[in-house]
Design a protein around this ligand. Structure first.
Ligand code: FAD
Length: 296
């Protein structure tokens, strides 16, 4: 089964995104998170591809563990950054040989210290080219791509960004996973605009539970997501109380997911940040229960 076969049974498809940790302690936390969230039967767990391609091997290793140890379908994120076409093909072959059948195909951000994205000589410039490369060489792989309800930071305007998303879909993407957002109206408007330009593949909202105000301010400033004023006010009122920030964040995510479910989204993609607590609370609130009650 691949991403291509998902979202057709009317059930809410759950996917969880994790990243390769940098420490041994982080490795244990990730392992515990995957073990716990696997109990909620996600359709897949995806692992990011570090900035500048810095986690090429780790991404594969974690995806292999998701598949072999936890029997959950993995999705490997993959970017064009710093690689020639041949190097991209080599990594793709290794992913395929490891049993990975889903790729989140991305351009990637410029490496630190570089202002704008520059393709290496013999490399790819945009994610639509990566989608084409995967489609041509591994036609049976499922392909997810990124979409931006609040418009990608480098795009000159919303329509151009949408035309570029359409290019990825026309190249063979199977589903769109959105950048995190906190205002559902942005997502619903984006979904309408996608329909208007003929994008008919599933569009899956990306939800990141806020667990710490300072951290979410950092993340949103990097990716261009807006924090709604009413949410900022609530969080500012509990600046010194991390537990209260966590509770506000989880309650907001539950509200978002409930409204999105009612609006008929086929799935939800959780940016879990390698922690299970917040996701578990949200999943239980929206009707998922774990296989193993010890996890809850
Ligand atoms: C779900 C999700 C997962 C992610 N995972 C990772 C990850 O694992 N690792 C990582 O490094 N980053 C990740 N990112 C971040 C992503 O790499 C950045 O947002 C990056 O800046 C853009 O990637 P993209 O695939 O959207 O690029 P593209 O779709 O190529 O778009 C990049 C910019 O170029 C424009 N554009 C696209 N095609 C064309 C064209 N043909 N001509 C002119 N302009 C064009 C677009 O409008 C946009 O402004 C993820 C983002 C999301 C939403």
């Amino acid at each position: 089964m691949t991403i291509r076969d998902l979202y057709q049974d009317g059930q809410l498809g759950l996917s969880i995104e994790v990243f390769p940790p940098k420490t041994l302690q982080g490795d244990s936390a990730l392992e515990a998170t995957i073990a716990c969230l696997s109990q909620y039967r996600p359709t897949f767990i995806s692992c990011t591809y570090g900035a500048g391609g810095s986690t090429r091997d780790r991404t594969l290793e974690i995806c292999r563990s998701i598949l072999n140890r936890h029997q959950i379908m993995p999705t490997a994120h993959f970017t064009c950054v710093g690689s020639t076409r041949e190097e991209l093909l080599d990594w793709l072959n290794r992913a395929y040989d490891a049993g990975i059948r889903n790729i989140m195909a991305l351009r990637g951000d410029p490496p630190q210290g570089q202002e704008s994205f520059q393709a290496v000589e013999g490399g790819l410039k945009f994610a639509n080219e990566l989608v084409s490369l995967i489609r041509e060489t591994k036609p049976d792989m499922g392909i997810g791509v990124a979409g931006y309800p609040e418009v990608h930071q480098e795009a000159p305007d919303a329509q151009t960004d949408l035309d570029n998303l359409k290019r990825k879909v026309d190249a063979g993407a199977d589903a769109v996973y959105t950048q995190l957002f906190f205002n559902n109206a942005c997502f619903l408007d984006f979904r309408d605009r996608c329909q208007q330009v003929g994008i008919s593949i599933p569009i899956i909202p990306g939800i990141m539970p806020i667990t710490e105000f300072a951290r979410i301010k950092r993340i949103t400033s990097m990716c261009g997501t807006t924090l709604p004023n009413n949410l900022v006010k609530k969080l500012e009122a509990v600046q010194d109380d991390k537990q209260a920030q966590y509770e506000i964040g989880v309650a907001h995510a539950i509200d978002q997911c409930t409204t999105l479910q009612a609006a008929g989204v086929p799935g939800i993609h959780f940016y879990a940040l390698n922690r299970s607590n917040a996701c578990e609370q949200i999943l239980q609130a929206i009707g998922f229960s774990p296989n193993n009650a010890d996890c809850a």
